[in-house]
Write a protein that binds this ligand. Sequence first.
Ligand code: FAD
Length: 436
Amino acid sequence: FTTEAGLYTASDQVVVLTPDNVDSVLVNSTAALVVEFYASWCGHCIAFSPVWKSLASDIKEFSTASISALPLPLPSPPSRAELDNFFETNSVGHLALLFETSNSYVGRELTLDLLQYEKIAVRRVLNFPSCYLYYPSGIFTRLHVQLEARTFYTYALQRLPGVVRAGKSLPVTSDLAKNTTEDQLRPFNRSRVYMADLESTLHYSLRVELAAHPVIKGEALSTLQRYISVLAKYFPGRPVVNNLLKSVDTWLKGEKDTELSYSSLRDALDNTAEVPNAALPEGVRWVGCQGSKPHFRRYPCGMWTLFHVLTVQAEEAAGKDPQEVLQAMRSYIHSFFGCQACATHFENMAQESMSHVGTLSSAVLWLWSHHNHVNNRLAGALSEDPHFPKIQWPSPELCPSCHGVKNGEHTWNQEELLTFLRSHFSSEHLLSDYLE
Ligand code: FAD
């Protein structure tokens, strides 16, 4: 915003606001505008100006002019020549044409949502609401979504074959076939929860993560007791595993010492000769939590899954304390979880709102919604497995009735969500494939 020579010119794709043009640019604009207020003598502003210019150049294609300049005779579809020209000049495999009314923002929002994705371009055409996908061959299909609204288009377009977030390598199917590490990738159903993941998580947590603490005392000891106690109460395991958890729980509760050596815990986990039919299988066997590379998914995926299952089981068992499972998770993550940065982030979320949870069903929803916060923060991070992009979960395919739209905005239907979560993480729904 300037009255004199500033840091930008019109060639930077930035509109320089002056007292003469400010009303006509800002008032009643149908475009979203981001305005920088700056002083041209300010060192920070000068250092920031290249970033502002590059942002302006990145998003210039969203300006009403360039979006509506797409030469399409409306309402008829684009001609073959127009399509050829488009695909020749844009390195994309899909063109999504969003037909909408002039006062709708969905096309513009969707364009921004897909900005970070390669191999897909979104353009807006003024017409009735619908979205058509065009391919370089000239073939086009209507994109079927549950509701003609932004979130549903975004979910659908992000999952098209070949569409990946910029900077991510394309998921290559042969990578999966070639993976010959000790864990061959196993066929599995992405919409189900596997007991093998839960048992692997227990093994890793109890025999690997805790082993980094040769002596467990004070707060860490109460954390361990709380963790084992919720596992003994709510883990929907096979009888042998449940027997083991119960026996470790009884042993821990009987311990009078103020500190515990890890080796004595390990003995309690492994020396099961005294307790008939009690054992926790050794080793990990990831199934629903497999990653396309060894450093993706696995244990943290298992941890989330374990605690979602436990919150749902506690509700099903009509547990007495709505905080019990959440606080057990909170203190485990704080005291033992191997990723310190994760623990700090989780503790910050817990401090903000965990104590407000007053019912068992709100505990289920708290964990779901905060897991989605984490998904949102990590979307596009280096730790994201390109085969398993971080989405706001569950997707409309997994739970259509969980999603809705109110005043043009996406909404979650909490009742439907609860029903879905109760079923998705229920003991009856757990798959027992790949167990030893
Ligand atoms: P995950 O996020 O691990 O989810 C596992 C499975 O749970 C998914 O495949 C899906 O089936 C289901 N799911 C997904 N979302 C939800 C939901 N909202 N509700 C219920 N089920 C859902 N990594 C970091 O890089 N930085 C962090 O700060 C960080 N913090 C973490 C905090 C905690 C407490 C935990 C347990 C992990 C944290 N991680 C963090 C790891 C990260 O969240 C993922 O676990 C990891 O990247 C593996 O991702 P994933 O694709 O397997 O899916």
